[in-house]
Design a protein around this ligand. Structure first.
Ligand SMILES: [Fe+2]
Length: 348
């Protein structure tokens, strides 16, 4: 590829005249904004291990009362994107949120789409547009764009969940904003949610106010996802055990921005994931193992070990290999990626 002219090649007087008129020559940055064959990928390969993160999150519980935090969260910032940029990947924000017993994270709604993956603790629930969603380990609780949501905790110990939002995307589109509201009145009993009906393949016709892109399910219990993967493993002795979370009415991704999925690795299994354009986030639900990423400067191709409750990120256009460290137990992993966005843009 031919080398192009540099900024320094231009006379200073000319460059100053351009700056004065808010003009910039393209050719000096042409190769960096349109690199050959593979895009610039800022997302670094990383594991935010829960063991070292947890004490700092608990300390936040002592240092900052809920009134001063509203949402008590430590952002999992990917150093490849810079610690100030709320990015785990270009479009995905990750945060570990802590709620202590009897605390309530007040009602609000906002433009970014959000999902919580419950990491530890019992007795909490999130009310989404009047629907109380029980929060158990591994459950996916949705708060799509514009939905009122508040979090309550009536259990004994701390509750922690992983927030997954398209906040970086919304923020950079200059479209991120929120409204605060009065606490909601729950429309159903607290110990169940409408989403429980989905096991039968039917969805409740209870909220006719829903928009056309809304999903009828706000809670995806881990027990059902796990059972599905185990069933697949019983049926297939080999092949990647992978599921996607979809809106049951349309079969489409839960959000237009972020795609969610779950993987199971059989005991002792090593799998290479299909090479894809999108970066991906992994949250380890059950088990332990390692991830090897090849094709990115942030990783020397050395295995990065992980255990339950760890959260990892890997850039797109790489070869990702996952290994289950156990020869007797399966490994379960939840994934979040930018596939729906890449599909929409025609670059997937
Ligand atoms: Fe929120």
């Amino acid at each position: 590829m031919q080398e192009l002219g540099k900024l320094e090649d231009l006379p200073l007087e000319y460059r100053e005249a351009l700056t004065e008129r808010n003009l910039v020559p393209l050719w000096p940055s042409m190769r960096s904004v349109l690199p050959p064959h593979v895009p610039t990928r800022d997302t670094s390969v990383i594991n935010w291990d829960y063991e070292s993160l947890r004490p700092l999150l608990m300390q936040a519980g002592d240092l900052t009362p809920m009134e001063k935090a509203e949402r008590r969260v430590l952002i999992l910032a990917n150093p490849g994107h810079g610690l100030d940029n709320i990015q785990a990947t270009p479009s995905i924000y990750l945060g570990m949120q802590l709620i202590l017993p009897n605390e309530t994270a007040p009602n609000h709604r906002h433009t970014p789409n959000a999902v919580r993956v419950i990491v530890e603790g019992e007795g909490a629930y999130t009310t989404v547009d009047g629907e109380p969603c029980k929060m158990e380990r591994g459950d996916l609780i949705l708060t799509p764009s514009g939905k009122w949501h508040e979090h309550h905790h009536e259990g004994d110990g701390p509750i922690v969940w992983l927030d997954v939002l398209d906040l970086p995307l919304m923020y950079r589109l200059n479209s991120s904003w929120a409204i605060e509201g009065e606490l909601q009145t729950a429309k159903a009993k607290r110990d169940k949610s409408y989403s429980d009906y989905s096991a039968a393949g039917v969805v409740p016709n209870v909220n006719m106010q829903r928009g056309s892109t809304d999903t009828p399910m706000m809670r995806y219990p881990w027990s059902k996802t796990r059972a599905c993967l185990v069933e697949m493993a019983n049926d297939y002795a080999e092949g990647l055990l992978s599921t996607r979370y979809v809106n049951p009415e349309t079969g489409r991704s839960l959000f237009p921005s972020i795609g969610f999925g779950a993987l199971m690795l059989r005991p002792g299994e090593t799998v290479q994931l299909p090479k894809r354009t999108t970066p991906v986030v992994f949250h380890i639900i059950e088990g332990a193992g390692s991830m090897t990423v090849e094709g990115h400067p942030s990783s020397a191709g050395e295995p990065l070990v992980f255990v339950e409750k760890d959260t990892l990120a890997a850039p797109g256009y790489t070869d990702i290999t996952l290994s289950n460290a156990s020869g007797s137990e399966p490994l379960f992993i939840m994934t979040a990626d930018e596939e729906p966005l890449h599909q929409y843009l025609g670059i997937f």
